[in-house]
Design a protein around this ligand. Structure first.
Ligand code: PRP
Length: 175
């Protein structure tokens, strides 16, 4: 089967949307130091672009978490492949994700991080697929709502491919 990617949001559109999101976050936190938490691997491209546009003092950390094991069905069990390096107690934290699908991953990550007593804990996701939601999760900042299609690019993969596409696309299969 041949894989074809159709562009959904161009590189320029994504850059503009990220600048808008950063504007909202700058407005909210003003001069307050913000600790950014990148959920590897998908959010890495979005994370760096967003971080560069924030104007408060920013620190960063990384966590690799998945509720998917190897397949495409969320297991509902969170596997932490890499935990944060630094404590978050008393800090204003922003979790940065590429996509909220069933919501299970973020739900579990948020619960786990909330238990470490941050001063605040918000979520910024580039994409939201509300039609797939199974776990209720509040997201403060969302780039785009997307339909239930196979989204790739800008960090999102299909079998680990396409993450480096500079745009967001829909993957289709042809005979
Ligand atoms: C993807 C994505 C989110 C999660 C969203 O990660 O980055 O973390 O799935 O799905 P959910 O809302 O149904 O939980 P994945 O486990 O595929 O890892 P990756 O970021 O390395 O691609």
């Amino acid at each position: 089967m041949k894989e074809i990617v159709h562009e959904m949001f161009s590189e320029e559109q994504v850059a503009e949307r990220i600048a808008q999101l950063a504007g909202q976050i700058n407005e909210k936190y003003r001069e307050e130091p913000l600790h950014l938490i990148c959920i590897l691997r998908g959010s890495v491209f979005f994370f760096t672009e967003l971080a560069k546009r924030l104007t408060m003092p920013v620190t960063i950390d990384f966590m690799a978490a998945s509720s998917y094991e190897d397949g495409t069905v969320s297991t509902g069990k969170l596997e932490i492949r890499k935990d944060l390096d630094d404590p978050i107690e008393g800090r204003h934290c922003l979790i940065v994700e590429d996509i909220v699908d069933t919501g299970k991953t973020l739900c579990m990550v948020k619960k786990m991080l909330q238990a470490r007593n941050p001063a605040s804990l918000e979520i910024c996701a580039l994409l939201d697929k509300p039609s797939r939601r199974e776990a209720e999760i509040e997201t403060e900042y969302i780039g785009y709502e997307v339909p239930d299609q196979f989204i790739v690019g800008y960090g999102l993969d299909y079998a680990q491919k396409y993450r480096n596409l500079p745009y967001i696309g829909v993957l289709e299969f042809e005979e």
